[in-house]
Design a binder for this molecule. Structure first.
Ligand SMILES: Cc1ncc(COP(=O)(O)O)c(C=O)c1O
Length: 436
């Protein structure tokens, strides 16, 4: 194929994108859906995907490595590992901490991991899947995060780790919890899936934990379609994450490489004969959770706009907050003190004294094409999946239960326009006024 032919194809792709994406799509209140989240895809994204496809970059390779380096640089961390989802990232982060290479620091079956009940299941599932015991702490209403104080009170003799997500982009007290982890010799994993670009004390969330995770599902701050990432500043942990991601192999050759360690046939590990090919020596009971180069190509193009996406999320949240200020019967969200969230969503809790229920309000909004979402599980311990799971509750989960009954969230993602925000604000205010 000549370069000219490729350039012609890409020109056509750009023209196709323009044709498929009319400049001003008219917003018709009550007719045009106001989504809770969604990917914001431009011509560059389409071009990146098509170009990677033209180059037949089908497995993880060149683009995946470039993406990992760029994304790690964005956080100022040493290592990033691209994976096929945020859930996989969480599974890898916690599985890596079970590795025997960590000696006495390794997590062992029966060890406790402090986490939050009002969250997404796959923040917690890796704890259970690794034979560890979740210890659930409650959240605050308004921030929807737990506090360092609650986490401190939950630490028991078998507690070995903390794994918590920043709720809807709102940072939890990451510095204080990192300090707590340090003081008690606990591992700290930050589920940063919903909070890329959020700041706590002026520092990016995802940089406080020993490991942190990101999701690139279309609802998230940048997307690769399906996808996720594990980040760490520790070369030791990065090596373990990579091994668990790549079938559990001991070898750390990049895709296409054969002898990065320069002693491929000089190892003797386990009870294998000396010289057994390092490429086929397995030091972990691993998985294959890699993403493809097509996904990475899209990720690279999305990464260019990460700043602008964060600004749009902040602006939309602020506008909506102003629109809804003072509406009775609703608890409005608030950022954790000292934070600057790159918001994932706008949470609303219908207060117990309100003359309407969450369901009624949600239905009213949905009928007017305003999409609503629950704060994920609300209280994970109430779900059928966890009926037979061993866990401990530290304190009580009364606020998580309040989330189950009263909370939902609406969109602030960059695809939301000012007109949409006015429509959402007006619709909610009219509904509430009609009930008072
Ligand atoms: C906090 C949190 N963690 C993990 C995940 C899982 O990410 P994925 O859907 O990419 O598996 C999500 C999904 O939205 C999430 O909100």
């Amino acid at each position: 194929m000549t370069p000219d032919l490729k350039a012609m194809i890409l020109d056509l792709v750009r023209a196709y994108h323009t044709e498929r994406t009319p400049d001003d799509q008219e917003f018709v209140p009550g007719v045009t859906p106001v989504l809770s989240s969604g990917a914001v895809l431009e011509a560059e994204d389409r071009l990146a995907l098509v170009e990677a496809a033209l180059d037949m970059r089908i497995a993880a390779g060149f683009h995946a490595l470039r993406f990992e380096r760029s994304f790690a640089r964005y956080f100022g961390l040493r290592k990033a590992h691209l994976v096929n989802s945020g859930s996989s990232a969480n599974l890898l982060a916690l599985s890596a901490l079970r590795a025997s290479e960590l000696g006495d620091r390794r997590l062992r079956p029966g060890d406790e991991v402090i986490t939050v009940a009002a969250g997404f299941p796959t923040t917690v599932n890796p704890i259970v899947q690794n034979g560890l015991i979740p210890v659930f702490v409650d959240v605050e209403l308004g921030t929807y995060n737990t506090t360092a104080e609650r986490v401190a009170a939950a630490i028991g003799p078998r507690t070995r780790a903390i794994m918590i997500a920043h709720a809807l982009g709102n940072p939890f007290e990451a510095a204080e919890i990192a300090e707590l982890a340090e003081r008690h010799g606990l591992w700290f994993v930050e589920d940063n899936c919903d909070a890329v670009g959020s700041l706590y004390g002026g520092r990016l969330t995802g940089t406080f934990g020993h490991l942190s995770t990101v999701s690139f599902y279309p609802a998230h701050h940048i997307t690769t379609g399906e996808g996720g990432c594990v980040l760490t500043d520790s070369v030791e942990l990065a090596h373990l994450v990579e091994s668990f991601r790549d079938w559990g192999r001991d070898c750390w050759c990049e895709p296409g490489e054969d002898n990065r360690c320069k002693k491929r046939f000089d190892w003797q590990l386990g009870t294998l004969p000396a010289g057994y090919d390092h490429k086929y020596t397995f030091s972990q009971v691993g998985y294959n959770l890699k993403a493809t180069d097509l996904q990475a190509a899209l990720g690279l193009s999305q990464l260019e706009r990460i700043q602008a996406f964060g600004e749009a999320r902040r602006k939309n949240w602020q506008r909506l907050r102003e629109e809804l200020d003072g509406v009775p019967g609703l608890l409005l969200p608030r950022p954790t003190p000292g934070s600057d969230p790159s918001w994932f969503g706008f949470a609303l809790t219908v207060t117990p004294d309100a003359p309407f229920g969450r369901g009624e309000l949600q239905q009213h909004l949905e009928e007017r094409q305003i999409r609503t979402r629950l704060l994920f599980s609300g209280n994970l311990t109430r779900h059928p999946a966890y009926r037979d799971v061993e866990f401990r509750v530290a304190g009580d989960l009364s606020n998580s239960d309040a989330v189950v009954h009263g909370t939902f969230w609406i969109g602030v993602y960059p695809g939301i326009t000012d007109d949409m925000i006015l429509h959402v604000g007006r619709t909610i205010r009219e509904f509430v006024a009609g009930r008072h």
